[in-house]
Design a protein around this ligand. Structure first.
Ligand code: ME8
Length: 513
């Protein structure tokens, strides 16, 4: 069965910090997936945005002598600048200060109050102001009354708050984890969540009274809705799901919520429980990736070693935007371990995969077609040529790329597509077209070899376009490749026609370290 729609989301980013590699990473990998699904003919909704309320934003704004809204406007614009830098193809950019979001969050909270899932109670426990997160006595003791993120002391908190009856969803959440093992991925993260879930759930406070920068609880203006609840709702307010005539409703439930590992609890436990309480369908998968560190060290404010937009811009200036996208997609922390962003590794990956493999192969094949056939693509010949059947390689790798993309295994998808190019290289080395060119009796073989090489590169480029759209567009123009169309058709053997002109290409110039 073909699903009607595909929806992918990034976390919405806090506006009290500046964007950096981590934000660019999550958004870029979502973009790769969204582009692939669109190319595969799916109706896609790709959502990102900014998280603009809360105590931290209020305080940062005060420190900078601005209103919270002015700070939010400034930094939301900075996050949108990432879109330009990386050529991201998001369909919407939600801001939690959008009036439509604020109105719908109030609607959802009112529904939760009406159903008894949200009630007024007294909270006694601990609060992490940096993370805007509450801890129970037990959890606070476990982390020695210090924030596990910043290390700063937790603050004692006693106050009247609205609570979400999370404890009532214990069994339903356990059943969800049981019946839908792919709900949280990767496996190691699922196990972590399941472990915490089995420790038992407590109700969570979802309102605050000690600051004002947020959405008021309807009918209780002194209470501001907890920033995390406000933020989680973005995934459905962006689709106007609180409104009965929502035209975007077809994009729910989400196929993938992609998040960093540090915010998985909110997405893997609190969010599904809220949706259950509201009787709204659950997303298919919450995928939590690990972290980028930088040159061997954790990125932190105190070390001041964030790979920031300026650093990323300078990588793009030297290597090109697609090179950075390729590096992020193939060497990022999608699995359970962190990944190290180093300029040396970046350079090596660029040189090995893009200059020496894809770039070199496309340039070699186009140069031979120009040298031996004046730039006009020769026709294929009947029968096999050597031991490598490129048509079959393309068929197999196209299937592997599709399966890997479906499973959000971007590394495997990229490597399968690149495998086609590696096979073309091996095929050239085995069949030696440069030798056959010297023997007129071998003309048919020479033609067949070059046709099959060019056709394989075309198919690889269609598969790689979601990762490296700019470069693959350049190839499309230089080789006058058929544009667009569903991926399945684009990857069918025989798209290139004998006689069409194949321009010499140099796609990835060698770069100085
Ligand atoms: O947590 N490596 O926003 P945030 C990889 N507003 N990814 C990283 C990263 C790193 N070192 N650092 C950050 C919030 N990220 C909330 C989310 S969602 C309803 C509310 C990425 O600005 C990663 O995706 O702190 C992480 O989860 C996100 O940025 C956190 O962004």
């Amino acid at each position: 069965m073909v699903d009607a729609t595909r929806t992918i989301t990034t976390p919405i980013y806090y506006v009290n910090g500046r964007p950096h590699l981590g934000h660019a990473y999550t958004t870029t990998i979502c973009d790769v997936w969204a582009r692939f699904q669109r190319a595969a003919g799916q109706d896609v909704f790709f959502l990102t945005g900014t998280d603009e309320h809360g105590q931290k934003v209020e305080e940062s704004a005060r420190e900078q002598g601005m209103t919270p809204k002015a700070l939010a406007d400034l930094n939301a614009a900075e996050f949108q600048r990432i879109m330009g830098l990386f050529g991201l193809s998001n369909d919407a950019f939600i801001r939690t200060t959008d009036p439509a979001h604020e109105r719908q969050v109030q609607t959802f909270v009112q529904r939760l109050i009406d159903s008894g899932d949200v009630y007024l109670g007294t909270f006694e426990g601990w609060y992490d102001p940096g993370q805007e997160e509450y801890y129970t006595q037990t959890k606070a003791r476990e982390c020695d009354f210090k924030s596990p993120i910043s290390g700063r002391p937790l603050e004692k908190a006693t106050e009247e708050n609205f609570y979400f009856r999370l404890s009532a969803y214990q069994e339903r959440l356990e059943a969800l984890y049981d019946q839908q093992p792919g709900f949280v991925r990767p496996e190691a993260r699922r196990n972590e969540m399941l472990g915490r879930l089995r420790e038992g759930l407590q109700d969570v406070p979802i309102s605050r009274t000690n600051f004002t920068w947020g959405i008021p609880v309807p009918g209780h203006e002194a209470h501001v809705i907890y920033v995390w609840i406000d933020a989680l709702f973005n995934y459905i307010t962006a689709l106007d799901l609180a409104d009965s005539d929502a035209t975007q409703a077809k994009y729910w439930p989400a196929t993938y919520h992609i998040v960093g590992k540090e915010i998985l609890w909110f997405h893997a436990v609190i969010w599904p429980a809220l949706l259950m309480a509201l009787k709204i369908d659950l997303p298919s998968c919450v995928y939590a990736h690990s972290f980028w560190i930088s040159e061997g060290q954790k990125m932190s404010k105190s070390l001041g070693n964030f790979v920031d937009l300026e650093r990323l811009q300078s990588c793009i200036d030297t290597y090109g935007r697609d090179a950075l996208r390729w590096y992020l997609a193939t060497n990022g922390p999608l699995g359970a371990t962190d990944a190290d962003f180093t300029m040396d590794q970046f350079h090596d990956v660029y040189t090995t995969d893009l200059v020496n493999t894809f770039g070199n192969c496309a340039s070699r094949v186009s140069a031979m077609i120009n040298k031996y056939f004046d730039g006009a693509l020769p026709e294929d010949c009947p029968g096999s040529l050597g031991s490598i059947d490129l048509q079959r390689v393309c068929l197999e790798q196209t299937a592997s790329v599709t399966t890997a993309m479906e499973a959000f295994d971007l590394g495997a998808a990229c490597s399968s597509a690149m495998q086609i190019v590696r096979k073309v290289d091996a095929f050239i080395n085995e069949t030696e077209p440069f030798k056959k060119a010297k023997d007129p009796d071998q003309l048919a073989s020479l033609q067949g070899i070059l046709y099959r090489c060019a056709e394989s590169i075309r198919i690889a480029s269609a598969l790689l376009e979601p990762v490296m759209p700019e470069t693959m567009q350049r190839l499309t123009q230089a080789w006058q490749l058929p544009e667009g169309g569903p991926l399945e058709k684009a990857c069918r053997w025989g798209g290139l026609k004998a006689g069409q002109s194949i321009e010499k290409v140099a796609l990835f110039p060698r770069a100085e370290r």
